[in-house]
Design a protein around this ligand. Sequence first.
Ligand code: C2E
Ligand code: CA
Ligand code: CA
Ligand code: CA
Length: 279
Amino acid sequence: SKEKGKNQTTLCSSAMKEEVLQQTQLTNSLYRALERNEFVLYYQPQVSVETREIVGLEALVRWNNPELGMISPATFIPLAEHTGLIIPIGQWVLETACRQNKEWQAMGLPPVRMAVNLSTVQFQDRNLLGIVDRTLSETGLDSKYLELEITESAAAEGDNHLIHVLHKLKGLGVTISVDDFGSGYSSLSRLKTLPVDRIKIDMQFVRGIAKGNKDEAITKTIIQLAKNLNLNVIAEGVETESQFDFFNKYKCDEIQGYYFYKPMPASEIESILMGLTKP
Ligand code: C2E
Ligand code: CA
Ligand code: CA
Ligand code: CA
């Protein structure tokens, strides 16, 4: 009936209004977040399985809004991508991570790689190469200490433009890793056409290790694939000793996860790196 239809519309639109309002508030706050200095980088160590030394750090952005509190990147990164704000935010992340890494090296701390996540939207930006090049020269960070992470889904969808940009980036001397490997639908032959240095095994497979399910077989296969293609391989989300033992046994190069370290603010990373400095 007409009456019923009207009621449904009213119900539906009030819930939708609420949702839209929330999204709008979040978007408005996000627009101001950069100028208000609300972003902060955390860093999570990447550890060599063989030596157990920290060989890299992944920069992970955090948004601390005075009204809304801490907002997970899983919430605001998609919004930033949708609004295009990921371009200036991504630039800020890149600059901050590179400057921080250079600062630690200048202090005499053991040099490590710095991995920075790049969104597909950033790969579509024609200025990306110029931004990375300029950031390296402005911060003075040696390009071999910068790694750029591209998600497997981006790599899978990637056209000739993406491959072209990856080659140009590699030309600057940075390394490239494929994040969340195994979560997407990229064909394995695709991997061989991409100029990448490292693959990061998706956390979902790590979760199933030492539980006697098929994730172990998949994980072993990914490690072997990486070795056959001469790529470095890192497992993400390693939380337990038995998971670590698995990656040790199958000679995964590196691991990243709560088992060793959580993402931490710069000051805590600095103390840890200082502890590694040989007198
Ligand atoms: P990701 O790139 O796959 O990053 C790994 C996520 O796993 C991080 O979540 C990290 O804190 C978490 N993690 C690491 N070790 C463990 C573990 O042992 N157990 C569990 N349960 N989790 C672990 P986070 O920091 O919340 O970031 C979520 C996602 O947001 C990232 O996933 C990435 O896709 C995106 N992101 C974060 N920072 C940036 C950024 O600066 N730029 C872009 N484009 N995306 C970012
Ligand atoms: Ca990542
Ligand atoms: Ca990942
Ligand atoms: Ca992820």
